[in-house]
Ligand binder design. Structure first.
Ligand code: SF4
Length: 354
């Protein structure tokens, strides 16, 4: 096994299988009190990714770009069980996608299948596998017992072709999603990052339509919407790594979390546009949320906002219990940490309906 440090791009060429070292579970690295975060937990079981998205934050994040997969799933699960065992009344959502793609390496590692089996026996946790791949063969027949959400990051054909290099085409992602839904898995949809390009309105509307031709809304556990964001220091790396990308040419502003984004009116207009398209296909019960946006943007898009990340975490649990019986019983708000005293959010789980 080679041990020298590799740069981000060279590191994508080979997989190193590594033992678990230190804590692997924690809160999503983008958590920031100035934004409404969903409080998903992450399990850092992969590091780097064979795909090449021009906007990928890993090019600015990884000290060692080697692609690594933690082989010791039992040790990962020991940590998960200990963590969720400390708060048995709470439903945890735990994703393996923070530092890579949850399924892109599955043919080689078999890690996700082992995690799915292990999560099938947990009462108060749901596994989220998020991918831009079509690598579902190894997981289709796993006995998941409804405890795993397989999510796709989705974008228009133009963005997949020009900015998400080496990922599966939209057609392949949708075929894989359809097969996964037929195998009884819950599906997560992430329209993120939305990116401006010629004809974006029609393209994102068509994307939503194609998604719901592939998957029944009843299988959809949650939907997130977000837009392009990156650290200012990443701009140079993006331009060096992906000189044909036009992403850094857009009019972008610096947010409180030190990330560049499109200006707010533009983001709001993009979110409203895709929300209107989604509403044509889905029931009111599906939880839709914004990723890394502030209260005022939520208000402009949904007409309301959760009081806190903790409340949003609770709303996930409530929606997942009501729709799929997950968590074993109705969640109680007091177990989702601090309780806000003011509520501007009258009807849990129905952001798109308000
Ligand atoms: S799929 Fe995700 S982790 Fe992989 S290159 Fe793209 S943004 Fe990065």
């Amino acid at each position: 096994m080679e041990s020298r440090r590799l740069d981000y791009k060279d590191g994508k060429q080979m997989i190193r299988v590594i033992p678990k070292k230190g804590e692997a579970m924690g809160t999503c690295a983008t958590f920031n009190r100035k934004y409404i975060c969903c409080l998903v937990q992450v399990l850092r079981s992969v590091h780097n990714c064979p795909f090449e998205c021009s906007y990928c934050f890993l090019q600015n994040y990884l000290n060692d770009g080697a692609t690594k997969s933690v082989s010791d799933v039992d040790a990962l699960m020991d940590e998960v069980r200990a963590r969720i065992g400390r708060e048995p009344e709470k439903l945890f959502r735990i994703g393996t996608w923070e530092l890579g793609d949850s399924l892109a390496l599955e043919e080689e590692t078999g890690q996700a299948a082992k995690l799915i089996l292990a999560f099938a026996g947990l009462k108060n946790a749901v596994l989220e596998l998020k991918t831009k791949s079509c690598c579902v063969d190894p997981i289709i027949d796993v006995d998941h017992r409804g405890k795993t959400v397989v999510s796709w990051s989705l974008n228009t054909r133009h963005i997949i072709r020009t900015e998400e290099h080496r990922t599966a085409t939209l057609e392949k992602r949708l075929q894989a999603m359809s097969r996964t839904a037929q195998a009884g898995y819950l599906i997560g949809l992430h329209f993120d990052p939305m990116i401006l390009h010629e004809g974006w309105q029609a393209e994102y509307k068509a994307l939503v339509q194609q998604v719901f031709q592939a998957v029944p809304p009843d299988n959809v556990a949650w939907i997130s919407i977000g837009s392009l964001r990156f650290n200012p220091e990443m701009k140079r790396k993006m331009e060096n790594n992906y000189p044909d990308s036009r992403l850094t040419c857009a009019e972008i502003v610096l947010g409180d979390d030190a990330k560049m984004r499109y200006v707010k009116p533009l983001r709001v207009s993009m979110y409203r546009h895709i929300l209107a398209a989604l509403k044509q296909h889905i029931s009111k019960e599906i939880l839709i949320y914004l990723c890394m946006e502030r209260w005022d943007v939520w208000d402009k898009v949904f007409g309301c906002h959760p009081d806190s990340p903790e409340q949003l975490d609770y709303l996930f649990a409530e929606s997942l219990y009501q729709r799929f019986g997950l968590g074993g019983g109705p969640p109680e708000r007091e177990f989702y940490n601090e309780i806000s005293t003011t509520s501007s959010f009258p009807t849990p789980g129905l952001f798109h309906n308000l």
